[in-house]
Design a protein around this ligand. Structure first.
Ligand SMILES: [Zn+2]
Length: 212
């Protein structure tokens, strides 16, 4: 039986929050990562491309920025801090497969979802080792795409301001290794609609799907 990995139960945590800055034409989403989180270039490219593919919302611009090097003059409508834990390298020496644990976390405080999400690379590489029944190679690209699926799930919680999970798609409460590493997949229209409604964007029925 392929184990499912728990994703994203929000945890209560007293934390800082970021205030939305002045609005600009179009909806600018800033994803801020720490300077110390130097990920391999091919992994970063795959992470960013897959994140954009998973969130095909017209009018939503996704901008990745270095948290510490960010210009104070640049403005965003929504800001989310993204942190990565564990080694994000596909070439990390294999260790014992970890017990299934959270792949990602969205923080909440006093019942309010905060724009502060985390993804666990160690759990991702452990999940990849459980994917044995199909031809699969863990490399920068596949790890970057899997990381994007965890990050996109957490972004869904923040942008929709909802802790809701669905039975299908990327908004499920738990993802299998196949969900994470095999090609295709994405959010169901209902989940994208929650984001669109919250952000006053066109509904998912008007979206052109980019999912294979
Ligand atoms: Zn979740």
């Amino acid at each position: 039986m392929v184990p499912a990995f728990r994703l994203l139960l929000p945890v209560a945590l007293s934390c800082f929050t970021l205030h939305a800055e002045s609005a600009s034409p179009g909806l600018r989403l800033g994803l801020l990562t720490g300077a110390a989180e130097t990920l391999p270039g091919p992994l970063v490219t795959a992470l960013r491309e897959e994140t954009s593919r998973l969130l095909p919302l017209p009018g939503l611009e996704i901008h990745w920025r270095d948290l510490e090097g960010r210009s104070g003059k640049e403005t965003f409508d929504h800001l989310i801090i993204v942190r990565f834990h564990g080694s994000c390298s596909p070439f990390t020496p294999a260790r014992a497969v970890l017990p299934p644990g959270p792949l990602g976390i969205t923080h909440i405080s006093d019942g309010q979802i905060l724009p502060f999400i985390e993804a666990n690379c160690a759990q991702l590489t452990s999940a990849a080792r459980r994917l044995r029944r199909v031809p699969f190679r863990l490399d920068h690209e596949s790890l970057g795409r899997a990381l994007a699926r965890v990050v996109a799930h957490e972004i869904y919680h923040v942008l929709s301001d909802s802790g809701r999970h669905d039975r299908h798609g990327l908004s499920k409460a738990a993802l299998t290794p196949a969900d994470l590493f095999l090609p295709g997949g994405g959010f169901e229209p209902a989940a994208l609609n929650r984001i669109a409604e919250r952000l006053a964007l066109p509904p998912a029925s008007q979206l052109v799907s980019t999912m294979p």
